[in-house]
Write a protein that binds this ligand. Structure first.
Ligand code: C2E
Ligand code: CA
Ligand code: CA
Length: 648
């Protein structure tokens, strides 16, 4: 049953109670009214009989005086006729003391053992008309079986003077009741119809008020779209349906790019107008059965039941095109932009919260990479359960010695002489085997474990310099440092403390920092680098060409080395564009007074090209793969003098 019907029935049931109570009260009141009208009718008939039939017989004589026999006979005739015609049931006359002086059926005369001076008769003797609705013979001084329903009336008799006696008359109630109930039937009918109408109106009003309240509780006031509550319900239903039918469903988050700017520069009023416009565009562009909700601010959520991974791309591309069509806000034409992130059930999750969180992650990825639309990508999810387990293991690995450093030599291109080694982290996992740094460093960065990790790397690499002793003389040690390390103002202290703990001169250490790390917090980075450089530590910019460091900023830093990213070096012989980039970076580095290193050198052809550009140092598999510390000494003995020429 649809919920609106259920709601209506509930309210119909609830409003039935007051209406039924009202009906009951009215019908009780009407019943009372009917009775009193019956009595009134009886009273009128009795009074009429008294005035027109009895009083003319009395001639002003009180009934305490015995009535002449002829009169009594006349009375008997009259009443016999009326009784046999059914217009009266019984009639008596009493004197002003209440004593019966005439009775049509001979009943009620004083036989000395029973009362016959009834209170009502005495009241009537004082001039009052008294009427009751009763049964024949119900009075305490009447004998015989209880009879039909009657109106018992006592009427004072007089002829323009004092009360002469009392007429006690019993009129049949049935004809009176029939007459009244004929009138009442119409009244009851009208009342019934009125009450039914009242009930229907009450039920309708309360049901529609409730429906409105339910609507308000589930919709966004600004756009009229479903709100987060309803969104979650619809998403849960879509996921459930997907699980039941073995199908799919998608949860999508859409965020308007730079909406804050619109709000800040054009005012909230215009910001709201833009949101309203975008909301109605989205709502009309989705498929029937899809849900578009406003989750807050400039964020919309979509539930797309039964959509597949190919279909969703097409749909989201269309939605993005619809959203990004020009909008006029106030009088200004605006080109809104939006980023979409989505997660598919069941592949990316099977509950609303997980899917929402993952769609959110994907949306930030889309925003960050300016790709517009992105699906959740498990490999980028540092909060994935498996990744979190990895962090716990990594913490332990530092203590249990599962982490080791491998070393990869660098050689001067001009002479072929080895001039340095780079320390590269390896995790020798008891179960997973050797885990490459790319697989665990991002998690370590996210969780802050990177600080401990870098301290360990520094201490281990510097201890190794000492351990190698004379075999390593004249060579320097490069250590990689992450963005998170460099964002700590006390990082220079950490490095200098490691140097002095190992007793290694600062000049033998090179710190490799990626371009992106330099840009994370440029001010802190500049400060840390200045202190390191002053102490004699050399600074190398790693993966150069990958990021977007401003050259102006770069020229202000105390740098010693540029490492051209291996993505430009690897295919150097086949890629003219990369060859041009490498030439420019070499020139740029030299113009800034830096040593230029090419990493990822794998072929002699590359070596030749690099030499031709004037590049200073080469590093790569051609010279040697990263190797354990123990292998380096024999390797150096063989290659130190001419690492690049031996292979010929
Ligand atoms: P990176 O600093 O750019 O290191 C160079 C990477 O290129 C190393 O990968 C190295 O093994 C690899 N490589 C060397 N020669 C060649 C070659 O001829 N061809 C190709 N294709 N690759 C080559 P690895 O050891 O897997 O390290 C990956 C990244 O992990 C490093 O890139 C560095 O950013 C990071 N990393 C490694 N060790 C540490 C560390 O101790 N601390 C920090 N913070 N990061 C580290
Ligand atoms: Ca490096
Ligand atoms: Ca690199």
């Amino acid at each position: 049953m649809p919920s609106s019907w259920r709601l209506f029935l509930t309210y119909a049931g609830a409003s039935l109670v007051p209406v039924a109570l009202l009906g009951l009260m009215l019908s009780v009141a009407l019943g009372g009214e009917a009775r009193s009208r019956g009595l009134g009718e009886g009273r009128d008939q009795a009074t009429l009989i008294a005035r027109t039939t009895i009083e003319p017989q009395l001639d002003g004589r009180p009934l305490t005086r015995a009535m002449p026999g002829a009169e009594l006979q006349a009375l008997h005739r009259l009443t016999d006729r009326a009784v046999s015609a059914g217009s009266i049931v019984r009639m008596r006359l009493r004197d002003t003391n209440g004593r019966v002086v005439f009775s049509d059926d001979g009943s009620g005369f004083n036989d000395g053992s029973r009362f016959n001076d009834e209170d009502e008769a005495l009241d009537a003797a004082h001039g009052k008309v008294v009427a009751h609705l009763t049964h024949l013979n119900a009075d305490r001084n009447d004998t015989g079986p209880a009879g039909q329903r009657v109106v018992e009336v006592y009427v004072p008799l007089s002829t323009d003077g004092p009360v002469l006696g009392v007429l006690e008359i019993y009129l049949p109630y049935a004809p009176i009741a029939a007459e009244i109930s004929a009138g009442l039937r119409t009244l009851y009918l009208v009342l019934g119809i009125g009450l039914a109408a009242l009930w229907a109106i009450l039920a309708l009003i309360s049901a529609s008020t409730m429906r409105r309240m339910v609507h308000l509780a589930q919709h966004d006031a600004l756009t009229g779209l479903p709100n987060r509550t309803l969104f979650q319900r619809r998403a849960a239903a879509a996921i459930e349906a997907a699980e039941r039918d073995g199908g799919t469903a998608a949860v999508v988050l859409a965020d308007v790019d730079r909406f804050k700017e619109v709000n800040d520069t054009l005012g909230h009023h215009n910001g709201d107008a833009l949101l309203g416009e975008l909301a109605s565009r989205l709502a009309t562009a989705v498929r029937p059965g899809d849900t578009v909700a406003r989750l807050g601010g400039d964020e919309f959520g979509l539930v797309l039941p039964g959509i597949g991974s190919d279909e969703i791309r097409t749909l989201l591309d269309r939605l993005r095109a619809v959203l990004e069509a020009e909008a006029t806000v106030g009088t200004l034409p605006l080109s809104p932009e939006a980023s979409f992130g989505y997660a598919l059930a069941p592949a990316d999750g099977t509950d609303v919260d997980t899917l929402l969180r993952r769609a959110d992650m994907a949306m930030y990825l889309a925003k960050g990479t300016r790709t517009g639309t992105a699906r959740y990508d498990r490999t980028r999810d540092h909060y994935d359960a498996a990744q979190l387990a990895l962090v716990a293991e990594l913490r332990r690995a530092i203590e249990t010695g599962e982490l080791v450093l491998f070393y990869q030599p660098k050689a001067e291109l001009r002479t072929g002489r080895v001039c340095a080694v780079e320390a590269l982290l390896r995790w020798q996992h008891p179960v997973r085997g050797t885990v490459p740094p790319d697989a665990f460093l991002p998690v370590a960065e996210k969780t802050g474990l990177i600080d401990a990790l870098t301290r360990w790397v520094l201490a281990t690499a510097l201890a190794q310099v000492v351990a190698w002793g004379p075999a390593f003389e004249g060579l320097s040690m490069s250590v990689n440092v992450s963005a998170r390390n460099l964002a700590r103002p006390d990082f220079a202290d950490t490095v200098l403390a490691a140097l002095s703990a190992a007793g290694v001169p600062a000049s033998r250490l090179v710190v490799e920092i990626t371009e992106t790390a330099l840009m994370t917090d440029p001010e802190v980075a500049a400060d840390v680098l200045a202190r390191l450089s002053t102490a004699g530590v050399r600074i190398s910019v790693d993966d150069f060409g990958q990021g977007q460091t401003s050259l102006g900023y770069l020229s202000t830093l105390p740098l010693h080395e540029l490492k051209i990213d291996k993505s430009f070096v690897g295919d150097l012989p086949d890629n003219l564009g990369h060859a041009a980039i490498v030439r420019s970076v070499v020139d740029l580095g030299h113009n800034l007074g830096l040593q230029v290193v090419a990493e990822g050198v794998e072929t002699h052809q590359t070596v030749a090209l690099l030499t031709a550009t004037g590049c200073d140092v080469a590093q790569g598999y051609l010279l040697a793969r990263p190797m354990p510390a123990d292998d380096l000494v024999p390797w150096l003995a063989d290659h130190r003098a001419g690492a690049l020429t031996v292979e010929h």
